[in-house]
Design a protein around this ligand. Structure first.
Ligand code: FMN
Length: 177
């Protein structure tokens, strides 16, 4: 069962949960989910929106660019460490995260991308607009932290790939019961 909600009532909760990581689900040939810490509920062009920021290298980006739809899944209680580890460190190119993290998928109402029973606060979105960051316009201290040429101790990690912002129109919001 799904309890329809007014998502603005959960703005504070979402902001807190982003600090620990929430899930960004996409549906390509197979379902995929990645942990995100950046994002926000908002209003753009007088439309209720949820925006996410996805790095170039993510499997999620490829699916999102092909499909234009995503669903956000947010915990309403404890985080599952296995879900957060699998969805926050493994790529959908290498593993089936539904199997690896034992995700219980729940059919969507409107956008074709399932929610997840374990993380029941659900926001279905359709991409209205996307824009790739221009690294030259980002303050230097942020570039040094988030977009270095390599990581200390891990010279093979080139972090210069920018994020793309996706502004999603919220088409449904509910809690999976
Ligand atoms: C706490 C946390 C927050 C994260 N937030 C983001 C984010 O906002 N955007 C992003 O592109 N990657 C983020 N990541 C990294 C992705 O979750 C990770 O690279 C994931 O394995 C990508 O999966 P995919 O290749 O299947 O899309 C985060 C990772 C962690 C642990």
């Amino acid at each position: 069962m799904k309890e329809k909600i007014s998502i603005k009532d959960y703005a504070g909760h979402i902001t807190e949960e982003l600090k620990k990581g929430i899930l960004l689900n996409t549906q390509g040939e197979k379902f995929n989910s990645m942990l995100i810490g950046w994002g926000q509920l908002g209003t753009v062009w007088n439309i209720p929106t949820f925006s996410v920021y996805v790095r170039e290298s993510r499997c999620t980006k490829e699916i999102l660019d092909n499909t234009g739809v995503f669903t956000i899944s947010i915990p309403m209680g404890n985080h599952d460490p296995v879900i957060n580890r699998v969805c926050g460190s493994l790529s959908g190119r290498d593993v089936d995260k539904v199997e690896a993290a034992k995700l219980e998928l729940v059919p969507p109402e409107k956008n074709g991308v399932p929610g997840i029973r374990q993380y029941p606060l659900t926001i279905e979105c359709e991409v209205l607009y996307s824009q790739r960051e221009e690294l030259s316009r980002i303050p230097q201290e942020i570039i040094e932290t988030f977009y270095p040429e390599s990581l200390v101790g891990f010279p093979e990690f080139d972090m210069r790939d920018p994020h793309t912002e996706y502004i999603g129109r919220i088409v449904d919001a509910y809690i999976i019961k």
